[in-house]
Design a binder for this molecule. Structure first.
Ligand SMILES: *[C@@H]1O[C@H](CO)[C@@H](O)[C@H](O)[C@H]1NC(C)=O
Ligand SMILES: *[C@@H]1O[C@H](CO)[C@@H](O)[C@H](O)[C@H]1NC(C)=O
Length: 507
């Protein structure tokens, strides 16, 4: 009974999820008198900034499992938490705008009204801090650790102090020492910092290590080199892929920018003609990006109040176009680059420990069932997008605008399925969940050695929302039967398996 106490105490502090979330997440500050006349937004722009959106959970409650079903194993892929600016976006877009305002004759800027702040605007987004996880980002990742713990508590090692007992949450002692529970991270500082904060949130302090590196006994942080090429190790295949590049996707995105940004500049001509005369399309994008990054850095940004809902939806579409071509269905490399994590996830869901060395032990000889049942890995924005393509998410032909459809560049498509704000926001995450319904738990091998009559399923969950893997959907409530999934992943891995050859740059 005593042993249960810490668990109950934990639940008590986290059941009030919405309130906790409100404390954790940056919200728009209420419009103060200084912003009189500013635009009253119906939407929160921070939820429409795609990869610049600070962590938020699109729904309060994750999609529940079907009635009578129980989780067995989960593989989780998480993008790192919010950073103080991205190198490329800074260099190409934000920095030129920041310099333009710094050099501008200030008499051109209105003395009052919502734009007056530009006269002595100082941005917290500076070159020296780019790519660093923000303080809020660390808090958010810690919150994610608590949130994931709450969602998947039975899949975590127990919180008790003694580690001599078996872990796995089911409390069935096998009397042998368990290998530590591993949390995987790509090797960039922002990934490592995120994974550490996640560990601090998800595990009791005696297991998480002083800084979240794990105690090495129950919990261990494993860093995967960015350039690792082994299919079951790489969390960042694009970094080992010479043919992958980000530049060409700017072209279609900027074509759309040249449709919507001039409309914004025209509107601003009515408010501050002399400033608007000097603005180019990229400056509109810069201000909308700064709304996100400044909020991440300091909790608020004046730029978040200066654009209409339509203009925020336009910039969201800009990112969706860009990422369609850079890391979505519009890039033929995407399924190849989504294969390594997906295939690894399947092996882990099957209960095979891949060993992380590119060779997996054959099941017959020396095989050991993997005792870890929840495998989290932390990486960059590209990976959840590639995995979404490999798993064929958001691409059902029943959808009015499936993900694979080419996005028009002369108008915005509002009912599109490809919404990167829901996929690659900071701490955006994709889970593959294996569960069973009725019958024995997937952890148990019954004494008679035969499997009980039960059916296993897999479903894909993106930021808490179940999404259909089109072509693998013969399970309960849009999930996929395990056998089908097993075969389907293998077929797709065969089709898009040879990523090293497509990654070689043609000279
Ligand atoms: C756990 O193991 C450690 C060292 O291996 C030992 O000192 C300790 O007494 C053990 N605890 C329990 C509860 O068995
Ligand atoms: C997306 O859907 C289309 C139409 O069904 C299909 O042809 C295409 O192969 C799908 N894309 C992927 C990556 O599976």
């Amino acid at each position: 009974m005593l042993a249960l106490f810490p668990v109950l105490a934990f639940l008590a502090t986290t059941t009030a999820l919405p309130a906790a979330q409100q404390q954790q997440l940056p919200f728009l500050p209420s419009i103060s008198p200084a912003y009189q006349g500013a635009i009253n937004n119906q939407i929160n722009p921070l939820k429409h900034l795609s990869a610049i959106s600070p962590f938020y959970i699109p729904t309060q409650q994750p999609t529940p499992l079907p009635e009578g079903c129980e989780l067995d194993r989960v593989s989780l892929l998480v993008r790192h938490s919010s950073i103080l600016g991205n190198d490329d976006e800074y260099e190409q877009t934000m920095q030129p705008f920041i310099a333009k305002i710094a050099d501008m004759d200030k008499s051109k800027i209105p003395e009052d009204g919502e734009w007056a702040f530009l006269r002595d605007w100082q941005t917290p987004i500076v070159e020296e801090k780019l790519e660093q996880v923000s303080e809020q980002g660390k808090k958010d990742a810690k919150f994610l650790g608590k949130y994931i713990r709450k969602q998947y508590n039975s899949l975590f090692p127990p919180k008790q102090k003694t580690s001599n007992k078996t872990k796995g949450g089911k409390g069935k002692g096998k009397g042998k020492k368990q290998p530590p529970y591993k949390v995987w991270t790509a090797s960039s500082t922002r990934d490592i910092d995120t994974a550490k904060a996640y560990i601090l949130g998800g595990f009791p302090s005696h297991q998480s290590g002083d800084g979240g590196e794990g105690d090495g006994d129950v919990v261990q942080l494993v860093k995967v080199p960015n350039k690792a090429r082994d299919w079951d190790r790489s969390l960042t295949p694009h970094k080992a892929c010479d043919a992958f590049e980000k530049q060409s996707s700017l072209e279609p995105a900027n074509q759309w920018l040249s449709v919507y940004a001039p409309r914004v500049i025209d509107r601003l001509k009515g408010i501050m003609p002399e400033v608007a005369d000097e603005l180019i399309d990229q400056d509109i994008l810069a201000m909308q990006m700064l709304c996100g990054y400044e909020t991440i850095a300091q909790g608020h940004s004046p730029f978040c109040h200066l654009f209409t809902d339509e203009e925020w939806r336009d910039v969201e579409y800009y990112f969706d176009v860009r990422f369609h071509y850079m890391m979505g269905f519009g890039n033929e490399l995407s399924p190849y680059l989504g294969m390594p994590w997906s295939k690894t996830a399947k092996h882990l869901l099957a209960g095979k420990d891949t060993g992380g060395n590119g060779k997996h032990t054959p099941n017959s000889e020396g095989a050991h069932e993997d005792d870890e049942v929840l495998h989290p890995s932390f990486t960059h924005r590209e990976s959840p997008a590639f995995v979404a393509v490999f798993l064929n998410l958001f691409n059902a032909s029943t959808h009015p605008h499936p993900s694979s459809e080419v996005p028009p560049l002369d108008h915005r498509v509002d009912d599109r399925a490809w919404r990167t704000s829901h996929l690659v926001s900071f701490l955006g995450h994709v889970a593959l969940e294996r569960y069973h319904c009725g019958g024995a738990s997937g952890h148990d091998t019954p004494k008679d050695g035969k499997k009980h009559n039960k059916v296993d399923y897999v479903r894909a969950v993106v930021n808490g929302i179940q999404e259909t893997m089109s072509g693998c959907e013969d399970g309960l409530e849009g999930s996929c039967k395990w056998e089908t999934f097993d075969r389907w992943i293998d077929e797709r891995a065969q089709r898009w398996g040879d990523w090293e050859s497509v990654c070689d740059k043609e000279e």
